[in-house]
Design a protein. Sequence first.
Length: 298
Amino acid sequence: MKLYTVVEAIPSRIVGLATLLRAIDGEAYTRTETIDLLQPPVLRKGAKADADMATKVISAAIEIGLVEELDDDRGERCLRLAVQVDPSSDTPRDYWARWVARRVLHDLVEGEARRLATVFAWFMTIPLRETPSDRVAWKVRFERDGFDLQEFGLNPDARWDNLFDWARFLGLIWQTGTGRDAPGVVCDPAALIGSCLDELLPEDREVTADEFRTRLGSAFPLLDGGWLLREVREAVAAARGTTRDLEDRWSPGVGLALRELRDRGAIAYHCPDDQRAVLLFDVGERIAFLSRDGARLQ
């Protein structure tokens, strides 16, 4: 998928393109106009001063369905926001992040985004204490866990940089460092889960841990309860020689996210002493019921 295999297609440029096309309220710019606005001729480099960056960003946006191409009355190729995209939020960046997340992490998971989503699912299997410290270590861990760098197009360092940029934009990780060589990645999807709590947790009642996990996996197959994460966890467990029952445990990434959301006061969870239907964290803590903070039934 071009979002991570084309290094020019970084989140800020995709958002910039969407913001540009949103500003003309449903109308269209010609492809040439759009390219010149994204990458003005005076700023282009190289002997031919071509607009390679803008062209690749547009191509990636079309691939995910954010932008569509059409011919105007004069037969010129034009670009506009896809019909189904109608951001009315005062914070368009947050809107685009949620829209792209839904598109890439749900709608396209069984097609164009399968490999990208698989890598993101793999992120969820990495315990915090075992997180690789640099790009070389990430590559080694990826192959040790049973995946092929060549197959996923992740040999070049720049692809990993783009991968981390997109994972951070989508709310799947955060970083403790700014350097490319040692990015300080923390695999924690609290931002993504927190942005979707309205559909994952009712405001007026608590749900079982299993019900919450099912809802989460239905919304995002690469997270707990989802078919893709289940496949990835089984493959990783086989590669690592792990035998414990994965169905009884939260993934390390989602477990960290739930603890963070609880500490923020966004959710609450508990487990009665005599409860048998529970899900375990990798540190041994148990969850039987979850609710929005303050919604727990007495």
